[in-house]
Design a protein. Structure first.
Lengths: 265, 265
C-alpha cells in the first residue's frame, strides 16, 4: 500500500508528493516485476494525489525493468484537477534510477447516471469455453518463469494455448486474482498486461516481449467474478508490435481496453 | 517552429528546457486550435530535446482548450535517453495556464534494416473511392466552423459523409496538407486527430467532441502523397467514447494508429 512520505496529498497540492511503496517479487515475469503490477502500484499513489477513485486513462512508459523484493518511491504531481477528470503524473524510482513514467486521468466511474447521453455502443464479449475447460497459463511453455502465477489465475482458451498453432496472433481467456478478491479498476489495469503475448499462438515461444508503452482505458467498475479478456496483434513491423486488448466483467460488460507498443527481441 | 529559450537542449540535458512557440488560428476547429496541431507543435520542441527524429508513441492529455493567434511555451524534460527510444515529456502553456500534458517516445524510423526479426503483420489499407469521387470535409454540416480546412485537404468516402446515414460509427477518407507538402511523422500525429468524429455517420451532427486523451503510434515514415485513414467507434458509454484510427501512406503501408478517449457532450 502506498504511503505518502512528503508533501500534502490533497486535491489542491501543486507540488510533488513522494510515496514509499513496496515492490514484491511475487508478481515477477522471469526476473522482473510485471509491468501492469508496477503500473497499478504507481496508480495507488497517483490516485491519492488525484482525490478521485478510478483511472479512466493510464499511459505508462517503461524506462527500465523494475526490481522485486525491494522498495521504491513514486513521485506524483497533480497536473489538472477537474470535476469530471483529474490528470496526474507519476514517476516510479528504485535505487537511483527511474523505472516508470506514468500519466493518468482519474474520475468516478460510480457516477453512471451523470450523463444525459442515451446512446451507447458496446463490444460484445469474446466467446470462451468455461474456465474449467481452459488451460492454465502455468502449463504454457513460454521460455520464462512465471512467479506471477502464484497471484493470478489465468485460464486460456485451448485454441490459442498451443505454441504456433494458429495463423494469427490472438489469445483469449479468463483472469482473476488467485486469492479470490474481486478486481477493482486498478486491478483491471494490471489484468491488461498479464496474459501471454498474443504472438504466442502465431510464433510459439517468444520469451519476454518488453513493453515500451502501455495505455489502458477503464470503462466501467467490474462486477465480482471472472474477467474475460482477448488480446491480439495485427501490426508487427521491424521488431515492434502493437497489441490490443479488451476486458469484460462477469456480466459481459466491457470494462477496459488496452493497447501496448512492445519489442519482439 | 519551436525555438529554445532557456536551458540546453542536448540529449544529455536533465533539466527542463523551455521553447517559445507560435500558435496559429488557421488550424482552429470552431474557436480553438485542433488538438492534433497543438500536439504536433509540442512535439517539435520535444523532438529537439529527444535528439531523435520520429515520435514512436505519443500520448496527450488535453487539460484546457488552446488559443489561436497567440504564443505559447513548451516545457520539455528528457526522462530517459536510449539508443532505440528516448522518452520525453512536454507541457504546453499559454498565458498562465497549462493546456497540454504530453509524453512521447522518440526513435529513428529510417533504421528499417536494424531488426533481425523477419516476421511482420500488416493491417490492409481501407478501400476507398478515388479522392475526386469523395466529399470534402468542408461540405459537411457538422455544427462547427472549420478554419483548419484552409490547411488540410480531407476527402471523405461518400458512404460515411451523410449525417446519421449508417448503423455504425465510422469515417474513412483521404488526407494531405493543403499546400501540397508531404507529411512527415509529426504530420501523421496531426492527421490522427483531424477527421470529423466517427460518430457523425451514426448520430449526425455531434458538434465538438472534446478529446480527453489521444495516443498515436507512428509505425513508418510515410511516402509522399495522399494518406488514407479510417476512424471508428465501437465503445460509447455514459457520454465517453473510444475512437480508433488507422493511417496508410500512398503505397498502402500502415504508417500510424491512433486511439482517443473523448466526451460526447
Amino acid at each position: 500500500m502506498a504511503r505518502p512520505t512528503s508533501g500534502a496529498a490533497s486535491a489542491q497540492a501543486q507540488a510533488n508528493t513522494s510515496f514509499d511503496v513496496e515492490i514484491s517479487d511475487k508478481w515477477n515475469i522471469g526476473e522482473n516485476p510485471n509491468g501492469g503490477y508496477l503500473t497499478a502500484t504507481s496508480l495507488q499513489a497517483m490516485r491519492h494525489t488525484a482525490g478521485q477513485p478510478d483511472p479512466l486513462s493510464v499511459t505508462t512508459h517503461f524506462l527500465r525493468p523494475g526490481s522485486g523484493a525491494t522498495g521504491g518511491v513514486v513521485e506524483t504531481q497533480l497536473i489538472r484537477p477537474g470535476r469530471r477528470s483529474t490528470t496526474v503524473t507519476g514517476q516510479l524510482h528504485q535505487g537511483d534510477k527511474q523505472r516508470l513514467q506514468v500519466v493518468a486521468a482519474f474520475g468516478d466511474l460510480s457516477a453512471e447516471s451523470s450523463s444525459e447521453i442515451n446512446h451507447s455502443l458496446d463490444l460484445p464479449p469474446v466467446d470462451l469455453p468455461p474456465p474449467d475447460d481452459c488451460v492454465s497459463r502455468v502449463g504454457l511453455e513460454q521460455g520464462v518463469d512465471l512467479p506471477i502465477m502464484s497471484r493470478l489465475d489465468i485460464r486460456l482458451d485451448p485454441k490459442w494455448a498451443a505454441a504456433g498453432a494458429s495463423d494469427h496472433a490472438e489469445v483469449s481467456g479468463w483472469i482473476r486474482f488467485a486469492d479470490g478478491r474481486p478486481a477493482d479498476t486498478l486491478g483491471l489495469v494490471l489484468f491488461g498486461d498479464a496474459f501471454p503475448p498474443s504472438l504466442f499462438s502465431l510464433l510459439g515461444r517468444v520469451g519476454w516481449v518488453p513493453t515500451l508503452e502501455l495505455t489502458v482505458h477503464v470503462r466501467r467498475r467490474p462486477e465480482p467474478g471472472w474477467i474475460r479478456a482477448r488480446f491480439s496483434t495485427t501490426d508487427l513491423h521491424n521488431g515492434m508490435l502493437i497489441e490490443n486488448g479488451e476486458l469484460w466483467d462477469s456480466t459481459g460488460k466491457l470494462v477496459a481496453q488496452s493497447r501496448q507498443l512492445a519489442l519482439l527481441l
